[in-house]
Design a protein around this ligand. Structure first.
Ligand code: FAD
Length: 278
């Protein structure tokens, strides 16, 4: 069982708990992106297990009548073992999604994985139109070019600021510069496509910026936020936008929970209050 200190950020250890969370959010007008926690496998077996778990999850979500949307990590599907292992596992998940009218997001990990991740996205989004999305990180200097190259691919893009510490020669390290880049990526994306853009950010300034650009260009965008972060705002925003909550689950929750607590004071206070029951 997930202890109270972590259960604000993680739905549970099992798929049924994650599906219950999706049903609850659905009733409140927020859609769900489910992520089975797991990354950096050194053997093919756990990557194949997670692939099969995603296949079952997509089928179970569909059977439960919830819009099925999942997010996978490349290293969880075997990228550390080689591109072909990753591609073949991802293809299986995407094929199931295509059969079930579901959607597969591909999370972006550190810069060493960017090329392999974008190549897999491009290939699968071309063969399974509007079934796959990929995350793009504003802190990487290459992202403007990547977005321009992929702008006509029939898939979605989740724009985020970037969660990984990257080398200075290839990334923006100042927060203000990352924010500036994020605004520019939003501008380019919303000026050049009518749909398929996701704002993966809790930042009210970026959401407002996206709203203004979308109105100017007649484009559409969705908002994605993490479970346990600005939840009241997620429910409020759902009155005007498509809002998705990224919901992690699974028994490997500890390192994900530490990351959330380490990245922000509010999250640490939230967790301590939950633990003390105050
Ligand atoms: P920040 O720049 O951290 O904060 C900006 C403002 O947002 C703050 O000033 C505050 O007003 C508000 N805010 C932020 N956090 C809180 C909080 N806890 N409580 C209250 N207000 C808050 N990164 C990757 O590298 N790869 C991925 O695949 C990836 N997927 C993601 C998927 C989703 C759905 C989301 C939401 C993020 C994802 N990220 C991913 C993480 C992302 O890169 C950022 O590290 C993370 O979202 C923090 O940046 P931010 O834009 O939310 O806001």
């Amino acid at each position: 069982m997930i202890p109270p200190i972590a259960d604000n950020f993680v739905a549970g250890e099992t798929a049924p708990e994650a599906i219950d969370r999706a049903l609850e959010l659905d009733e409140r007008g927020v859609s769900t992106i489910l992520n089975l926690l797991g990354e950096h496998y050194e053997r093919p077996e756990p990557a194949a297990e997670d692939r099969d778990a995603y296949v079952r999850l997509i089928e179970d979500l569909d059977d439960a009548g919830v819009e099925a949307c999942v997010s996978v990590k490349p290293s969880q599907l075997g990228l550390d073992l080689g591109k072909s292992t990753f591609r073949s596992n991802l293809e299986t998940v995407v094929e199931t999604a295509a059969e079930r009218d579901a959607f597969v997001w591909i999370d972006m990990e550190n810069h060493e994985t960017t090329d392999a991740t974008l190549d897999a996205f491009e290939a699968l989004a071309t063969t399974h139109e509007w079934t796959v999305g990929v995350c793009l990180q504003a802190n990487l200097k290459r992202t403007r070019k990547d977005l321009a190259r992929l702008i006509d691919v029939p898939g979605k893009f989740r724009l985020v600021k970037g969660a990984y510490d990257e080398p200075e020669d290839i990334s923006y390290t100042r927060k203000a510069r990352v924010n500036e880049e994020y605004r520019e990526l939003l501008r380019y994306a919303l000026a050049n496509r009518e749909r398929g853009i996701a704002v993966g950010s809790h930042d009210p300034a970026m959401i407002e910026h996206a709203g203004a650009l979308a109105a100017e260009h007649g484009a559409d965008f969705e908002i994605q936020m993490l479970m346990g972060v600005r939840e009241p705002a997620q429910f409020d925003l759902a009155a005007d936008y498509d809002v998705y909550q990224y919901v992690p689950y699974g028994d490997r929750w500890l390192s994900y929970f530490y990351r959330r607590v380490a990245e922000r004071r509010e999250n640490a206070l939230f967790a301590v209050r939950a633990a003390l029951g105050v």
